[in-house]
Design a protein around this ligand. Sequence first.
Ligand code: SF4
Length: 246
Amino acid sequence: MPTSTSISGRIHSVETCGTVDGPGIRFVVFMQGCPLRCLYCHNPDCRQLDAGKPVTVDELMQEIQSYKSYLRKGGVTVSGGEPLMQPDFVEELLRRCQQEGIHTALDTSGYVLATSKSVLKYADLVLLDIKSFDPQIYTNVTSVSIVPTLNFARYLNEIHKPTWIRFVLVPGLTDAPHNIEGLADFVATLSNVEKVEVLPFHKMGEYKWEQLGYPYQLQETQPPTSELIEQTLNIFSSRGIPALAG
Ligand code: SF4
């Protein structure tokens, strides 16, 4: 690995006061690059690894340090895109945060396990996005296979890594009962999972798809009703899994 001062990565953006990506108030780093193609992605401009802006770990740490007082009650979350597309950078960033006593969270689709094991050492919490359980629905949503993500989830369980599962509820796409029940049954086998967050589908990123010239297939899809959200939460809680709407 290069020395810490020279490690450079490409980021999409940062959010200095995030409240939805981990516990407390978070400094969120959105990394560039993602191998998935989720139909509802609200950051489609994160796809390409060579886009975004270059930054070194030192530069980012300087910025993070300036928010350190409020990060004591929250921490730093590395999200994306898929952060594990840039494992050396993310490992060093999380390591430096932990060294400073800052809580670290990694938000990932779990698609890239092989290069990720050393990164996971420095993540206090993993936010694992499992976008469906039925393999065909998963592929319809993401354009990739579910198998790496399930293996990733099993590995997190093996190493007893505190994990939150995140599932995006999309009417007509991911809301089939067998899909949600399958996910709940799978999660119930994992003793490291602290909770499930059910994230209601929204279209806030649709304008970015238009700007980029990508065809957006969910134009006619509406956000889930409160009744559907409640039913989904009940599927998880009936299996003893703490679940809440994100
Ligand atoms: S994993 Fe995240 S960043 Fe990648 S396509 Fe899906 S929603 Fe977008």
